[in-house]
Design a protein around this ligand. Structure first.
Ligand SMILES: [Zn+2]
Length: 319
């Protein structure tokens, strides 16, 4: 009995000494590596994060009053300074590894450019990417196609709609966009030129089949050559959106709300409405560039607008 008590006392005292001497645990700000997988038939789709960027929606959204904007954001427990995901997607067909969009590369500072690290964490070395598909040319989608002045994915062919190349790589168009968007021309040069210089850029005219099971569908408005990639395998379909939605809390319930990033706001609104209507009818998966990571989900009709249903987390990457 005495021994037991002594042991107990010793146990207590050593616990006390240990905790008193231990350094306080630092608060780490590192999240888990940004990737999330799901299966589409036998193809694996991996969402890979490039980071998050704070978008001042009060300066950028159009067709909405400041009051209504505040209200919509508050409904999602957010403010109009919206921390917005920049998501990319890897399709592994078992034969080919295809990356859809490339994040911001160096263009957003610390907010973006995390794609290469997250790809590696997910098991994809830059050399393993066979094909890069861009939804459109814009800093947060095409910025990461180059790294230190060279193609970031040395073995990949890069494919994009011809109309976006014609638009963003021709300085004659600079006065056709809002002043706040003119930086995109220099950024497009910086990002795309290294790929063009090694002969790895291949344009297409949408609609077109990229490979069996992947089709590029026109979604013009946001940019002239914006496309959606329709990916189908084993009877399942996923639509990989670029900038159909920038602010889910606002544009799902009110698809008429546009953004100054749109080259043609009116056309972008019409495209958004058509795409939302179709996705509800078809019930397909969506992979969205700017809906909270991983950006996988479905769309439901709600009232006069729509509602986003995010993927239910699964610890199993085989379904
Ligand atoms: Zn974007």
């Amino acid at each position: 009995m005495k021994t037991a008590l002594t042991l107990l006392a010793l146990a207590f005292s050593s616990t006390y000494i240990t905790s008193a001497l231990a350094e306080p645990l630092p608060i780490t700000k590192q999240q888990a590596p940004g990737y999330y997988r799901l299966m589409l038939g036998d193809w694996q789709i991996t969402a890979v994060s490039d980071g998050t960027v704070v978008v001042p929606l009060d300066n950028l959204l159009t067709n909405i009053s400041p009051q209504k904007l505040k209200q919509r954001m508050a409904h999602d427990e957010m403010t109009s300074a919206a921390e917005t995901s920049v998501n990319t997607f890897v399709i592994n067909t078992g034969k080919q590894v295809i990356l859809v969009d490339t994040g911001a590369g160096p263009l957003f500072g610390e907010a973006g450019g995390h794609l290469l690290d997250n790809l590696r964490a997910a098991g994809f070395a830059p050399e393993s990417i066979d094909l890069v598909l861009l939804t459109h040319i814009h800093g947060d989608h095409s910025g990461g196609v180059e790294h230190n002045g060279k193609p970031a994915f040395p073995n990949a062919t890069v494919r994009v709609e011809q109309k976006d190349v014609d638009w963003w790589l021709n300085p004659a168009n600079i006065n056709k966009v809002e002043e706040s968007q003119r930086h995109t021309f220099a950024e497009s040069e910086q990002s795309m030129r290294p790929v063009i210089n090694v002969g790895k850029l291949e344009t297409f005219h949408a609609p077109t089949e990229i490979i069996p099971g992947i089709t590029a569908i026109p979604a013009a408005g946001h940019t002239p050559g914006s496309v959606i990639y329709r990916v189908s395998h084993g009877g399942q379909t996923m639509m990989l959106w670029g900038d159909i939605i920038h602010a889910k809390a606002v544009q799902m319930p009110e698809p008429d709300v546009a953004i100054h990033f749109d080259v043609d706001q009116k056309q972008a609104i019409a495209t958004r409405k058509r795409v939302l209507q179709q996705i509800v009818q078809q019930g397909d998966w969506v992979a969205a560039a700017h809906i909270a990571f991983p950006g996988f989900g479905h769309v439901k009709k709600e009232g006069a607008g729509y509602r986003w249903v995010p993927v239910n987390y699964s610890a199993k990457a085989d379904k």
